[in-house]
Each structure stands twice: as structure tokens, then as C-alpha cells.
Design a protein. Structure first.
Length: 198
């Protein structure tokens, strides 16, 4: 039995769950999410106890793999519509900045003109279902990075958009300039040292 799959998913107050055949719909204050679970899994919702239970039809390799996965994705749906998910990104580099205008995120990341085939300012459309909040619009020195938060009720969408923003300028190891997740450890390297010959 899957250690994750056998754990029931607790449904908090304010969240409704509907299971029709293989389609499960979860609605809450943050939004509504629908997913069709794999045929190898069986999902049942007990409205009295407010628990969603996931079982598997047999012990085949595919069924065992989908058991825990199905439970984890349903748990993410419940958490997403009730609490939501967020990712905070930190932008290090003097002069680097970010701003939000409408549903478009603008980032200046130290590129000038079209050097090396890169544009000087990046424009990203914020996907539907996501919210971006710019907490600090410009980086000031090495200890005060620009920061922005990506929020949404779908974990996959939040993570995907955060990864797209981070990929625009990954943190380089010498000066630490670039975009990183909050709490991400960046392994720093020492630059070339000048040696004097006597």
C-alpha cells in the first residue's frame, strides 16, 4: 500500500468536492479546479467526514505508481482552492528591476541593447489564474534584491511561470547576479586572483 496514497485528504470548511465518474471538481475561495484521475485509481468523497479517499483497483506497477500520485494531486487541488500557492523570486544585481503594468511583467536584467542576441528588457504576459505582486521594484546593492511574488491556486501553473521568469537570467556564481528562488542556495565561486611575481 502506498504510504502517501492511503492517507485521506481532509477537506476544510468552505471547500466543496464533487466526484462524477473519473472527474473530480474542487471549488473554494481561491477558485475552482477540475481533473480527470487515472482509470487505475478510485476516488470517493465522504461528505459527512469531509475526507477524500483514494484506492487502487489492483497491484499492477501502473496502479501502484498512480495511487500516491492521484492522492497528491487531489491534495494540491484542495490546498490550492483554499490557501493558494506562491513562489517568491529575488532579483540580484545593481540596476536590475522589475515592474508590473496591467497583466504584463517587465524585467531589466543588465543586458544592454541587443548584445549577444538578447533584448534589453523582457516582457512576460502573466497567465490567466495567476497574480504577480512586485514587492520591491529595484535591486539596491548585494543585500537588497528586487523581489516579486507569483500566486495562484494551481501549483503547476505557479511553478511553471516562476521557472520561466528565473530562466531569463539564472544566478551566476561569481557575483551572484541573477534571479533565484527565495531560500535557494547559490554556490559561489572565487574569481581569478592576481599573483605578483617577485
Amino acid at each position: 500500500m502506498s504510504r502517501i496514497g492511503k492517507q485521506p485528504v481532509a477537506v476544510p470548511s468552505g471547500v466543496s468536492v464533487k466526484v462524477i465518474d473519473r472527474e473530480i471538481t474542487v471549488s473554494g475561495s481561491k477558485g475552482s479546479s477540475t481533473w480527470v484521475h487515472p482509470a487505475t485509481a478510485e476516488v470517493a468523497y465522504d461528505d459527512a467526514s469531509k475526507f477524500v479517499r483514494v484506492t487502487r483497483k489492483d497491484d499492477s506497477k501502473r496502479s501502484r505508481a498512480n495511487h500516491g500520485l492521484t492522492r497528491a494531486l487531489i491534495n494540491n487541488m484542495v490546498k490550492g482552492v483554499s490557501e493558494g500557492f506562491s513562489k517568491r523570486l529575488l532579483v540580484y544585481g545593481t540596476g536590475y528591476n522589475c515592474k508590473l503594468q496591467g497583466r504584463t511583467l517587465y524585467l531589466n536584467l543588465g543586458y544592454s541593447g541587443r548584445s549577444q542576441g538578447r533584448i534589453s528588457q523582457f516582457e512576460l504576459s502573466v497567465p490567466d489564474g495567476l497574480e504577480v505582486v512586485v514587492e520591491r521594484d529595484a535591486a539596491r546593492g548585494d543585500n537588497e534584491p528586487a523581489s516579486l511574488v507569483i500566486r495562484g491556486f494551481e501549483k503547476q501553473k505557479v511553478g511553471q511561470f516562476a521557472a520561466e521568469v528565473r530562466a531569463l537570467r539564472k544566478t551566476e556564481p561569481y557575483k551572484g547576479k541573477g534571479i533565484r528562488y527565495e531560500g535557494e542556495h547559490v554556490r559561489r565561486k572565487q574569481g581569478k586572483a592576481l599573483t605578483s611575481t617577485g
